[in-house]
Design a protein around this ligand. Sequence first.
Ligand code: SAM
Ligand code: SF4
Length: 345
Amino acid sequence: MPVLRRPTTGSGRGPLADRFGRVATDLRLSLTDKCNLRCTYCMPAEGLDWMPSAQLLADDEVVRLVRVGVERLGITTVRLTGGEPLLRRNLEGLVTELAALSPRPVLALTTNGIGLAARAEGLAAAGLDRINISLDTLQAETFVQLSRRRRLADVLAGVRAAREAGLDPVKINTVLLRGVNDHEAVPLLEWAMAEGVQLRFIEQMPLDAQHAWQRRTMITAAEIWARLDAHHRLVEDPADALARGSAPAELFRVAGTSHTVGIIAAVTKPFCGSCDRVRLTADGQVRTCLFSQSETDLRGVMRAGASDGDLADIWITALRGKQAGHGIDDPSFLQPDRPMSAIGG
Ligand code: SAM
Ligand code: SF4
């Protein structure tokens, strides 16, 4: 797999700058830790102990924190995630309020797509700009094996509805598991090209609640590239590489077409050096990295009467503690206590 040039975020200037010169402008905002699927690489069959609702940020608290982020801290993109964000009551109302902020952030959603068919148009009308839909297989039985629910048709309907609602781009997030769906890399790419959506493969990360991840069984980005390239020659596009900036996916053009495919080598080729993300959990904790061992409480101080300026200062201080990298290869690496679904993927 060829190596593309990776520009860094660079200037080190900006309110949410860290000690390594990176500046966070992209907020990953978790709206709930609950989910209606049970993807094996994410959570156990019985689900998890969901957060008590009193701990969750209320809508006005979510909007206030994002307002502080965009008005004072240079946040330009807000990605709503979870758990499953479509399960958040009043999601459309929240999107409307976030779209009314000034400066208006780009609003994106990461979803498993269940129920999206009926809601894509309303979400787009409310101000949603972009969407990522997770889909790991095109086989109904494999979908059940992976997610422990029989919902493939719902997800496919959601993908179509997202396109029809004008959300652009529609990206598909795919995790391949060895011996389960890894033979579907090429069919998934061909399906994505036919549907006019952008496929992005993500290496499986050690973020499952069961702590069952094993590096030796993980399908690597290099393997994915080789499987795809054997059927559809993938070419590097220097323009894509430059445009990539801090985006984690290495983009390849499928030769002879206008389609691209992304491969996110989160484990084998970390992009921490150009990370521009910061996360806010559904219970109001700032996390500077998916793999952080610590977090900073905004909910408690906000409920105790902190001003917007106080909240901004606490958030800025949290960023100063951002670690250089996720350290998965370090012998001292520890998987975080919170699983992906409770952090916000
Ligand atoms: N429920 C929504 C969904 O599935 O799109 C949003 C939350 S989910 C945690 C966000 C993304 O994280 C999904 O694309 C999912 O496939 C991915 N994900 C979850 N666990 C993962 C893991 N252990 N490694 C890599 N990606 C993971
Ligand atoms: Fe739910 Fe998303 Fe986790 Fe799957 S990856 S269990 S859809 S939160």
